[in-house]
Design a protein around this ligand. Structure first.
Ligand SMILES: [Zn+2]
Ligand SMILES: [Zn+2]
Length: 280
């Protein structure tokens, strides 16, 4: 399995010279089998609009899974050029909202907020609600669980191809802070289950300790929470994701310098992680 990072930023895209190395596009991760084009996309942030480097000119055929519907996770949809063309086939899966999925998406993708509806895109697009649980999507085993965030239902995902696995929780903070700093010691049960024994954990790490003091209810966490979660759940590798939009490359470097672990790194846009085969 290969995991491609198309957008690593949180909340709003960041532009300019201070954001070139870790990347300025918002959350989007694509997954492919070895040697095949990506068929599964996790979230549709602005990174999806720049997917050409990965997908090339061919029309996209596959599924897009949304963790939740915040702007930074959907704004790439109408700019997904490889999906918006004749011959494409896109299955868009949205956490069940207890109301019609097209109506919910239509609030954002309709005038006067935006001129284009999802149904206006070329190719064959379908939209579906996704329930919590385990599903088969594009031949991958996908487990979706509700995880605490803020302002709308949010899923975390665990994706497996039978040989390797990745857990993806770009927006998450535990609701109950435990005895350790920033919730360490109180890892959420669903987050633990999704991350248990995975080869790769991709996780929210938006805040520094100082920022968290005044933003504890914003639905995001400090990087030590996913590191503690990875240790508790037995994740082999952790990528810290959803960088704060004002976190410059130098800021990330400075934080990274304080984490001297080979199995933890900060997400870099336009990189690919290959997960090897192992017996399990
Ligand atoms: Zn987000
Ligand atoms: Zn969010």
């Amino acid at each position: 399995m290969q995991v491609h990072l198309l957008g690593t930023r949180g909340s709003i895209p960041s532009g300019g010279a201070d954001y070139t190395r870790y990347g300025g596009n918002t959350s989007c991760v694509a997954i492919s089998r070895d040697g095949e084009p990506p068929s599964l996309v996790l979230d549709a942030g602005s990174g999806l609009a720049a997917a050409g480097w990965l997908i090339g000119d061919a029309p996209f055929s596959g599924s897009i899974l949304l963790t939740h519907l915040h702007w930074d996770h959907v704004l790439g949809l109408p700019f997904f050029r490889e999906g918006d063309r004749d011959g494409s086939s896109v299955r868009l899966l949205v956490p069940d909202q207890d109301e019609d999925v097209d109506e919910v998406l239509g609030r954002f993708f309709s005038p006067p907020l935006f001129p284009v509806a999802i149904s206006d895109l070329r190719g064959n697009w379908t939209t579906e609600s996704l329930a919590e649980g385990t599903h088969e999507v594009e031949g991958f085993k996908v487990t979706a669980r509700d995880i605490p965030h803020k302002g709308g239902r949010t899923f975390g995902f665990r994706i497996s191809d039978g040989e390797s696995s990745v857990a993806y929780m770009p927006d998450h903070s535990p609701t109950t802070l435990g005895p350790g700093p920033h919730g360490n010691g109180a890892h959420h049960e669903a987050a633990m289950a999704l991350a248990s024994g995975v080869d790769l954990l991709i996780h929210d790490s938006q805040f520094t300790e100082d920022e968290f003091e005044s933003r504890q209810d914003w639905g995001h966490c400090v990087y030590d929470y996913p590191i503690g979660l990875a240790d508790a759940a037995g994740a082999r590798q952790t990528i810290l994701f959803h960088h704060d939009p004002f976190r410059t490359d130098s800021d990330v470097d400075r934080i990274a310098a304080g984490i001297s672990r080979d199995d933890v790194s900060f997400a870099v846009e336009r990189t690919t992680i290959s997960l090897g085969h192992r017996q399990r």
